[in-house]
Design a protein around this ligand. Structure first.
Ligand code: SAM
Length: 262
């Protein structure tokens, strides 16, 4: 069946069976309830259905239905819902959900935030742009380290499962990819009040990467610079430091002691 790939839906399809099997095997979904975002032409879908307890797929492009219908008929544990994943309600799908997806790149970050904010979702194995993957797993002091790296490490254990070259996709995108594994923490690391402060101070700390932490926080919160400098000093942190040098543990300590308005 012929299908013209739609750029606006981020359609870059996978074909290589070895790669698909490798992704599914490393996603640890045996007998689990699984969600696939964007089954496309079903390349991953059959492999997922063979291992999952229940597989629910969300596909925005209804023109793929004629290709996906025969696959859906083949598996009793597979349901394909033709809906935008971003607005889909996941509450009835169980409370131990695992997402596997070759993500449409135009909504990579919103998808990751939806996964983080949905408590029933426990793990995600996602094909994303390599550059975004590097940022999400980056360590302090490296160029890729940013707001997202810290927020991600706060919510989950993250690691790269594998690199995937651009020529593995049809049509071929302009960037290489990687599969990232996100294993969410069972319990929040901070209480809700400190968490809110943490998210805010991390976001503002990286607002302008070349500026110091003091300057970024001064601009964000209008706190006198002297106060910020003294606050940092009480943690033995140099006043000229930039956010890229601060590890998540330090940000958490700072959030716990923060007394200013955010
Ligand atoms: N899983 C297939 C594969 O690996 O070959 C297709 C992957 S392709 C990168 C992304 C898929 O997500 C496309 O089928 C696209 O139509 C679908 N998609 C795009 N935006 C979506 C959305 N908001 N909700 C659900 N599916 C979406």
């Amino acid at each position: 069946m012929q299908h013209q790939a739609k750029k606006r839906y981020g359609q870059n399809f996978l074909r290589d069976k070895n790669l698909l099997k490798k992704i599914v095997n490393q996603s640890h979904i045996l007998n689990k309830d699984v969600i696939e975002v964007g089954p496309g032409q079903g390349a991953l879908t059959s492999f997922l259905a063979e291992q999952a307890h229940q597989l629910t797929c969300f596909e925005i492009d209804t023109s793929l239905k004629s290709i996906l219908d025969p696959i859906e008929e083949q598996y009793d544990n597979l349901e394909i819902i033709y809906k935008d994943f971003m607005t889909a309600d996941l509450t009835d799908l169980g409370d131990d959900l695992h997402v596997v997806a070759n993500v449409p790149y135009y909504i990579t970050t919103p998808i990751i935030f939806k996964l983080i904010e949905t408590p029933q979702i426990k793990t995600a194995s996602l094909m994303i742009q390599k550059e975004v993957c590097e940022r999400l797993i980056a360590k302090p002091g490296t160029k890729a380290y940013n707001n997202l790296s810290v927020v991600m490490a706060y919510h989950a254990h993250v690691y790269k499962m594998m690199d995937v070259k651009r020529h593995m996709f049809v049509p071929q995108p302009n960037v290489d990819s990687a599969v990232i594994r996100i294993e969410k923490r069972d319990k929040a690391l901070l209480d809700p009040k400190a968490e809110k402060i943490f998210i805010s101070i991390v976001r503002t700390a990286f607002k302008q990467k070349r500026k110091t932490l003091v300057n970024n926080w001064f601009e964000a919160y209008q706190i006198p610079k002297e106060d910020i400098i003294n606050f940092l000093k009480s943690f033995d942190i140099n006043e000229n430091i930039r956010a890229e040098k601060i590890a998540i543990e330090q940000f958490m300590k700072l959030a716990g002691a923060w007394t200013y308005d955010i």
